[in-house]
Design a binder for this molecule. Structure first.
Ligand code: ADP
Ligand code: MG
Length: 263
């Protein structure tokens, strides 16, 4: 089981989009995947057309209340969800004193059956993000290729570092920065990428996600990249990204399905 948090205190950078499209891609490839939503906005559920107001076992709030025998909801084959809604915000400002609630919950629930757990987080520097990091093996930061992004990424990295050092028994590895919503036609793009490569070296994902109307319209139709045509640019990019992540986290069975179509 590998747990990956997607974090950034800036909203609109693509955290939820990354969580949803990566998780559906992993599950399609046969990896048992759980999405854990810790954002009070509950956008993951809306995206996947899952009822977040149903306060049943599948609400992530149960984890923070340290309940055991929590039963995630099912989205599709190999894909389960622990959803979120505004009620989870009561944990947003609680200091992690005497240990992380999520660490406790992870020890008392049977999540080992999952190959991957992907955590969506709120656009804040808050306890909910710290809780996510407390149970993560890895974390990654999505960023838009724009002028202020470098600053946003630096702040997110700093927050993660400080959080990790203040929580017991956790040492998640920084997987890297994922550039999302790129538009290669913009003149500043290449300059921006070379600056980020210089600053981040191998902590910048090789795969970059283009800005497409297909992805922008996805949530309206509860469609993720796996519903797109096989030659869709976004679908190919997400399969490449999934492949890159699987290698980085040590689940490195090669994905050949889509790459084959391209040669
Ligand atoms: N690659 C992309 N192409 C087009 N639209 C995108 C892309 N990534 C994200 N978006 C859109 O940008 C907005 C913000 O994305 P979202 O994932 O909600 O960000 P966050 O969770 O960081 O706040 C959403 O409307 C989403 O549909
Ligand atoms: Mg979001």
């Amino acid at each position: 089981m590998k747990t990956i948090s997607i974090i950034c205190q800036k909203g609109g950078v693509g955290k939820t989009t990354t969580v949803v499209n990566l998780a559906t891609t992993f599950s399609t490839l046969g990896y048992k995947t759980l999405i854990l939503d810790l954002d009070p906005q509950g956008n993951v559920s809306t995206y996947l057309n899952y009822d977040k107001n149903d306060n049943n076992d599948s609400n992530a709030i149960n984890l923070l209340e340290k309940k055991s025998n929590i039963i995630p909801g099912n989205i599709k084959e190999n894909l389960d969800i622990l959803s979120s809604n505004t009620q989870i915000s009561k944990f947003n400002d609680e200091k992690i004193i005497g240990g992380s609630k999520l660490q406790f919950a992870f020890q008392n629930n049977k999540f080992e059956k999952y190959d991957l757990i992907i955590i969506d987080t709120p656009p804040t520097m808050s306890s909910l993000v710290q809780e996510a990091l407390a149970v993560s093996d890895f974390y990654m930061i999505p960023a838009k290729p724009e002028f202020l992004a470098v600053e946003g990424v630096a702040q997110a990295m700093d927050f993660a570092k400080k959080s990790v050092s203040s929580i017991h028994n956790t040492n998640p590895l920084f997987l890297g920065v994922l550039l999302n919503q790129i538009d290669k036609r913009r003149s500043s793009y290449l300059e921006f990428v070379s600056e980020l490569e210089y600053l981040l070296a191998d902590k910048l994902f090789t795969t970059k996600i283009s800005q497409t109307t297909e992805i922008a319209d996805g949530p309206f139709y509860a469609k993720t990249v796996i519903d797109f045509k096989d030659d869709s640019k976004s679908k190919v990019e997400y399969f490449d990204l999934a492949n890159e992540i699987l290698k980085k986290v040590g689940l490195n069975e090669e994905i050949t399905e889509l790459s084959d179509n391209r040669h």
